[in-house]
Design a protein around this ligand. Structure first.
Ligand code: FAD
Length: 379
């Protein structure tokens, strides 16, 4: 059971004024992370049913701020908690840090198109980072475009908190999708054109060395000045990576300097049930922190939108647009992460919704950017 510490003083309500919050819950996925080394010890057993069932319920919110203080892992605060600025580019491409692979695990089910792996890297405390930053990886071998030189750096969003999955500040986790090339004429895989770095990472074994640069990036840092803020996260595929880090910081770790009492709302778009990423962790937060966490998913190959087309994250955004716009008007942060191609459809939807509401989207967007509420990292 979650324990909600109710503060008597503040009166911030993390959702719309009607004091109700719809909570999406998911029973069952066809795979389980039960025995994964990176999963928390208290992972739920969700493998009972292979069909995907979506249930919703309406619950009441009490007015006071409710700090997310459920069953958390106590961490020893790192010096990083005191630093005024995030670490940046401690290791440059010319002098990367040689880290060690701890584990590589496929985290999608058999029916997922493509392969995504959760990769834990041991940096022994030498490449510290904040949630939302990225690591650079230089794959071994020679850059075919510059013979004699190493490959270019590839960036990967870090999917863990600064404490890492082992909670000691010595590891970083990445969520990597293997880039595979299919010949458009034959439809067959052409391994000579497969992505160099993603395949190196997904093929690596515990103990292998990996050249790491960074950390880099500031746009996706989690603003922590207001622990009762609302954070709306829109991710597609591996774009979920920074959000996993945020959510572990909010709901899994007991960090004295950040006691989250706001609302975190994750919209995750993937192809099908088997492609869901970190679903067990997120479902656990729904159970333990029903007033602080919302989780909505769009399964493009399994669900239909209201027009009978494929269900994409923008369709989910549209479904909840009234609430989302209200939350943004009240200062919510909104984050987008994933493939670059996700943004045009989302922008179109937000503009259409704004038009319907008699609002000017361009003005609203520039205000959101000016207020530092708008965070985008697409690749
Ligand atoms: P590359 O070798 O760079 O190849 C790129 C693509 O070209 C591949 O699809 C490959 O199949 C194709 N290709 C290769 N040769 C040919 C050819 N001759 N003809 C046609 N096509 C060819 N990725 C993640 O998986 N997870 C993340 O969290 C993540 N975060 C990122 C964060 C940022 C800020 C950025 C900028 C990128 C991020 N990426 C992430 C993407 C990542 O950096 C790489 O771009 C990705 O893994 C592909 O790199 P690669 O070396 O495997 O492919």
């Amino acid at each position: 059971m979650a324990h909600l510490a109710v503060s008597q003083m503040a009166v911030t309500v993390p959702v719309g004024s009607d004091l109700s919050i719809r909570r999406s819950g998911f029973k069952a996925s066809s795979f389980s992370f039960q025995d994964k080394s990176w999963a928390p010890a208290f992972t739920l057993d969700l493998k009972a049913n292979s069909s995907f069932v979506r249930s919703r319920q309406v619950i009441c919110l009490s007015v006071p701020v409710q700090q997310a203080t459920g069953p958390k892992v106590t961490v020893s605060p790192l010096e990083l908690e005191e630093a005024p600025e995030p670490p940046l580019n401690l290791h440059k491409p010319k002098q990367p840090y040689t880290a060690t692979i701890v584990s590589v695990e496929r985290i999608v089910g058999p029916k997922a198109p493509g392969e995504t792996c959760h990769i834990v890297i041991d940096h022994d405390g030498n490449v510290p980072y904040w949630e939302g930053q990225s690591y650079g990886v230089i794959p071994p071998g020679e850059n075919p475009k510059k013979p004699g030189s190493p490959h270019n750096v590839r960036l990967y969003s870090i999917a863990s908190t600064r404490y890492g999955d082992s909670f000691d500040g010595k590891t970083a986790s990445l969520c990597v999708r293997r880039a595979v090339y299919y010949d458009p004429d034959t439809g067959k895989e052409d391994p000579s054109k497969n992505g160099v770095c993603s395949n190196f990472l997904c093929n690596s074994k515990p103990g292998d060395k990996v050249q790491v640069t960074g950390p880099s990036g500031k746009v996706m840092l989690l603003p922590e000045d207001d622990p009762n803020a609302t954070h709306i996260m829109i991710g597609t595929g591996t774009g979920v990576a920074p959000f996993r880090g945020y959510l572990r910081r909010m709901f899994m770790e007991s960090v004295p300097t950040f006691k989250f009492g706001g609302l975190a709302w994750l919209f995750l778009g993937v192809a099908n049930t088997d492609s869901l990423l970190y679903h067990d962790e997120f479902t656990k937060y729904l159970k333990d922190y029903p007033t602080n966490f919302r989780y909505d998913i769009a399964l493009s190959r399994e669900q239909k939108n209201k027009n009978g087309g494929k269900m994409y994250v923008q369709d989910k955004i549209e479904e909840y647009s009234d609430e989302i716009f209200k939350l943004l008007d009240n200062g919510a942060h909104i984050y987008f992460c994933g493939l670059r191609g996700m943004m045009p459809g989302i922008q179109e939807t937000l503009k259409r919704v704004a038009d319907q509401r008699g609002e000017n989207w361009d003005e609203k967007l520039s205000q959101l950017k000016k207020n530092k509420q708008w965070h985008v990292e697409v690749y």
